[in-house]
Design a protein around this ligand. Structure first.
Ligand code: ADP
Ligand code: MG
Length: 322
């Protein structure tokens, strides 16, 4: 099977595009439209075999996760994801692999009404690069540099599950997982981008980041860009029952603070917005919890337990060249 047949068979679905797609796969470029009151957000993430996923990963999960991590970035800006393009490098054409990969990819694209509008297909070591685009109304958005002293700091969902799932995969690659272990694995293999939450925060929050490298590292980006400090109460960290059942509290906390790939959102809200925001999110059934507060920059990042200051762990998060 040649390059063009491959694209046609696995990555072209002409009649399922959004109304704002003028031209998708097949020409030199895709063409899309936006309204005059809107702006575009654009992000790219690459997944490299051996670095971001294990060589024996289920291709369905790989297709799913490639999209999820990109939509997570769009969500963290408060935008609505609309279109993606896919640059796929394959060592060879394996039709079973491609069938499963594209099934996982379209499963999550369809879930969020996002169209695949183009890409590139090349031969080489397995690697997947997705570019996702989304739409944000003018004069709105969630930015890393917008945290203000006094703001409350929130996170969505639960933290540490994905890192715990990865630890299971690496330590015990058998199949006899308990239900709670299976749930942790799923959090690692098929993360949920917080697309609804990101959009729901517009009007209540100005500042968010998605937690891809661990809470401490990603909150650190907010603090640096916003030139502020923060106090985080460790007792408030949202840890899932699945995590607690399988690991000591200390290990669970380490996963939550420094493990990667939860793809939850960390965001801030001013005192005056907090109540209305919590009400709006509860109405949509979105779980978030306040874990601390923004302080002035000279305070740095302070962790507390039962009101007492505790030491920062030394390894803060994942860094490719660190
Ligand atoms: P060009 O030569 O202009 O780079 P290509 O021959 O690489 O175009 O691709 C042909 C068409 O197929 C283009 O519209 C491109 O966007 C699309 N395409 C290529 N690879 C993929 C892919 N993996 N997924 C989706 N669309 C793709
Ligand atoms: Mg090309």
């Amino acid at each position: 099977m040649g390059e063009f047949d491959l694209i046609k068979q696995y990555f072209t679905r002409s009649n399922l595009d959004r109304a704002d797609v003028v031209l998708a796969v097949g020409d030199d470029c895709a063409v899309t439209t936006i309204e005059s009151h809107q702006q575009l957000v654009i992000t790219t993430d690459t997944l490299v075999c051996g670095t971001h996923f294990l060589a024996d990963i289920d291709p369905y999960d790989l297709g799913y996760k490639s999209v999820a991590v990109n939509l997570s970035d769009v969500a963290s800006m408060g935008a609505k994801p609309t279109w993606v393009s896919l640059a796929l490098t394959l060592p060879s054409v394996n039709e079973i692999w491609l069938t499963e990969f594209s099934r996982g990819l379209f499963e999550i694209l369809d879930r969020y009404n996002v169209s695949l509008i183009g890409g590139d297909t090349t031969k080489g070591h397995l690697s997947i690069t997705l570019t996702a685009q989304g739409i944000l109304n003018k004069d709105s958005g969630l930015f890393r540099h917008k945290a203000k002293e006094g703001d409350f700091i929130f996170v969505s969902g639960t933290l540490g599950d994905s890192a715990a799932g990865l630890a299971l995969l690496l330590n015990r690659p058998q199949n006899d997982y308990s239900v709670s272990q299976h749930n942790l694995l799923q959090r690692h293999l098929r993360p949920t981008p917080r697309v609804e939450l990101g959009q729901a925060l517009i009007g209540y929050s100005n500042c968010a980041i998605d937690i891809s490298d661990g809470l401490l590292a990603d909150l650190g980006h907010i603090l640096k860009r916003s030139q502020v400090g923060a106090t985080i109460e460790l007792d408030k960290l949202p840890l899932s029952q699945n995590l607690i059942e399988n690991y000591s509290l200390e290990q669970a906390e380490t996963f939550a603070l420094s493990g990667g790939e939860d793809y939850e959102l960390c965001f801030t809200a001013a005192k005056e917005q907090r109540e209305a925001m919590e009400r709006a999110l509860a109405k949509q059934g979105i779980a978030v919890i306040c874990i601390g507060q923004v302080t002035e920059q000279t305070q740095g990042l302070v962790l507390t337990r039962n009101g007492e200051k505790v030491e920062l762990p030394t390894r803060a998060g994942f860094n490719h060249f660190g």
